[in-house]
Design a protein around this ligand. Sequence first.
Ligand SMILES: [Zn+2]
Length: 340
Amino acid sequence: MKVRLAFLYVISTFLIIIIVVLALVKGKKEEIKIEKEEEEEIDFESKENIQLYMSKNDQITEVNLNYYLLCVVASEMPFKYEYEALKAQTIVARTYLYNKIINNLEENGDVCDDYRHCQAFNTIDKLEEIWIKKGFSNEEIKAGEDKIKKAIVATENKIITYNGKIINALFHASSPQRTEDAKAIWSGEDVPYLKSVDNVESLDYQNRNSEVNVSYSTFKNTLIDNGYIDDLDKDTFLSTSIGEYTESGRVKTLKIGSYYIKAENLRTLFGLNSTNFTFDIDENGITFKVLGFGHGVGMSQVGADTYAKEGMTCDQIIHHYYTGVEIADVEEIQKRREEK
Ligand SMILES: [Zn+2]
């Protein structure tokens, strides 16, 4: 009995020592980690400036490259999104910019501030006003800006290439289930890195589902005024059906009598969030039930955030949405171009 007690005593003492040692080591590690985080003062300013065309006042201003990226990423993606998704958006934004510069695509300056032409650009002051109106606290805003700054520094110089050439890094807000092939939407030209791919989007995002109701007379008049049809009687209107689907399952054309109207045109005419829709029709009008937001080509932002939550890294996200691409250094591309 005594022997057994002594044995238990030794074992428990031994265990206590191990626990104490482990706790000390862990504490030390955490201390080191905290010190390291404090040390990491971000050197955010870039050496480069870009020529930004401000469309509203028709002027070109010189802005710091990294400040431009901060404003674009903060304008294009909610800062609440995962860090890896924000990193992916940063690489996309940088690629979009350098594609304009390298291939001389912009008429005024390197790039413009108009989201309909280039990428959305709101100054940080303007964005802060918007965020405060949305109810974010100063701490949340500061943390959001810091997160994007960190993403910009962490991906410094990184751009996306295909066969050694910089890509046209298209992106959109949401395309539940599948993204769209660029060929299905624009001019039928094959873009090897902008293919339709599987897309997982979690259900709890705004803008995922929407409805647009158009009365019979508005539908008819809009189509006539824009030269798509000559006339539209009630019976023909009621016989409206889907003409064709794209490979990814979006609507390609709507058949109205003997007319086939491109869904992409209907999207613009009636303000549909995407061409991924079904519809109900009756005497009074047509109701489009729309899934997703945007043209559906390239990276889905909601998808990027969903994948990041599942543990995907920024590189994995980019490789998922852009088929067969590489992530390269912009200096390499520019050097190669100058040598030519
Ligand atoms: Zn532009």
